[in-house]
Design a protein around this ligand. Structure first.
Ligand code: GLU
Ligand code: ZN
Length: 498
């Protein structure tokens, strides 16, 4: 039996997604835990791209993966664009390696050619089921005679390469789930290489883990059933001199559940990483939330950076129970992160969203930056995501010809509002000091005292006229930022039926 790595050995972990579709949060949670474990132990975080399935993999998805990890700040020590001693790190660039290993496995008797067609396999599976047997591959081609092989070859069949599973149970001490055993009958011989020569995940993944000297495999629980196969393959790889004889430790991270107690699926909108980025979740917040899916700080602390996580990250604190993905909680944590930013930093984070909506140019003017620095703290308190800043700040940035009162709130500016707006306009026109307090005081005197209006009744039409909406950042501060002439012009427009 191969030895398991000891803690004294330098940790090498890997994140090895397949570039299909858009990155999703479950995959990022796996990346984060591996990253944190590597950083905590002073080990190496390897990023490998498992792109041997040319029908499903895409360059677009590959780029999205790299871009996402960079956006999140999950830096890798070896991998694409970074290089490393054990490269290349894209499996599509390693095909000769797999061909060679497959040949050695076959020569050594650890794998054999299987000529069964998929129809034949299906038929036998059905038969096994109907007879109450476990419906895995039945070993039919394990020991074909020379004549049988020739007959199949003459028929023009392309054989797959199958791994010969040892006929015994497999057990390992899972880093998260403790002792796990798979009975031999549940791990049938499996396909390593397709008939067309394409090597498959069950081969390439452990081969690269061995060649890249991976010490700990931390991955989702959905891969649990491939672990006994991989342990068996590792033993064969040691026998043919591909691995150094050590088998990595395995730890299976708990499922992430979505709504209705189903596993969160790639198709659920809240699983798309892109959605968070486009909506304006901070990468810090998203990682913070994902860290809580199956791990905890231990002292009920739920607000922390990935660096703080890495500082204390141990596998003992990884929970084996399924974690529930809660978008509300994720959003609340994002709000906390937004509030933790210094105003200048918040402005920098908001700017891309304003640019995307054509509210400021790239880069914004000095005057716009000044406006944003004053305005950002005003909305910081109630922001849940950065894209909300667009609606909240538009009225401060729009040129006169693009400013419009929100359709839904236009009713507030009907005829009955006219006296209030007119009174406000005349007192503001006379105001010598255009400052928040002075504006507030003048309007209070003119409207609340002068017209005997309740503050809410007095200020709502004013707010809609000036900001374009019934709900806005604080009114008098906003008026100071906008300046006197803009405010008077907006009041004129509102009084004029605007
Ligand atoms: N490429 C595999 C996947 O994305 C990696 C699984 C593993 O970590 O072993 O599911
Ligand atoms: Zn067969």
């Amino acid at each position: 039996m191969s030895e398991q790595v000891t803690s004294a050995e330098a940790v090498r972990v890997r994140f090895c997604p397949s570039p299909t579709g858009n990155p999703h949060v479950g995959m990022i949670r796996t990346a984060l835990f591996n990253w944190a474990f590597a950083r905590h132990t002073g080990g190496t975080f390897v990023f490998r791209i498992e792109d041997t399935d040319s029908a499903r993999d895409s360059e677009e998805s590959y780029n999205a993966l790299l871009d996402s990890l960079r956006w999140l700040g999950l830096d890798w020590d070896e991998g694409p664009e970074v290089g490393g001693e054990y490269g290349p790190y894209r499996q599509s660039d390693r095909l000769p390696v797999y061909t060679e290993v497959a040949k050695r496995l076959s020569d050594g008797g650890f794998a054999y050619h299987c000529y069964c067609s998929s129809d034949e396999l299906e038929e036998r599976r059905e038969l096994a089921k109907s007879e109450g047997r476990t419906p895995g591959y039945d070993g039919k081609c394990r020991d074909l005679s020379h004549d049988q092989v020739e007959a199949y070859e003459d028929e023009g069949r392309d054989p797959v390469l199958r791994f010969r599973m040892p006929d015994r149970d497999f057990e390992w001490d899972d880093l998260v789930r403790g002792s796990i055993t798979f009975g031999a009958e549940h791990v049938p011989d499996y396909v390593l290489v397709r008939g067309n020569g394409e090597p498959l995940y069950p081969l390439v993944n452990p081969v690269d883990d061995a060649l890249m000297r991976i010490t700990h495999v931390l991955r989702g629980e959905d891969l649990l059933s491939s672990t006994p196969r991989q342990i068996a393959l590792y033993e064969a790889l040691a026998a043919i001199g591909v691995s150094d004889g050590t088998t990595p430790r395995f730890g299976h991270l708990p499922y992430v559940m979505g709504a209705g107690n189903r596993k969160l699926s790639k198709r659920d909108p809240e699983s798309s990483l892109l959605m968070y980025r486009e909506t304006g979740y901070l990468p810090e917040a998203l990682l913070n939330y994902l860290a809580l899916l199956g791990w905890s700080m231990g002292d009920d602390q739920e607000f922390f950076s990935k660096e703080q996580m890495a500082e204390v990250f141990t596998l003992e604190r990884v929970n084996q129970n399924p974690a529930r993905f809660d978008l509300k909680k994720c959003t609340a944590i994002n709000g906390d992160w937004i509030r933790s930013l210094a105003p200048a930093e918040l402005v920098q984070r908001i700017i891309p969203f304003l640019i995307a909506k054509n509210l400021v140019p790239r880069p914004p003017t000095a005057q716009q930056l000044a406006i944003l620095e004053v305005a950002a703290p005003l909305i910081q308190e109630r922001m849940e995501n950065l894209s909300q800043s667009v609606d909240m700040l538009a009225f401060l940035l729009l040129p006169p010809e693009r400013f419009v009162v929100d359709e839904a709130d236009r009713g507030v500016l009907g005829v009955e509002a006219a006296p209030t707006l007119t009174a406000a306009r005349s007192v503001l026109a006379e105001l010598p000091h255009w400052k928040t307090d002075a504006i507030h005081e003048a309007l209070r005197l003119a409207l609340v005292d002068g017209l005997d209006l309740k503050p809410k009744l007095a200020f709502t039409p004013l707010r809609v006229a000036i900001t374009g909406r019934r709900i806005s950042p604080p009114l008098f501060e906003s008026m100071e930022i906008l300046g006197k002439s803009v405010c008077l012009a907006r009041l004129d427009a509102a009084i004029g039926g605007g």
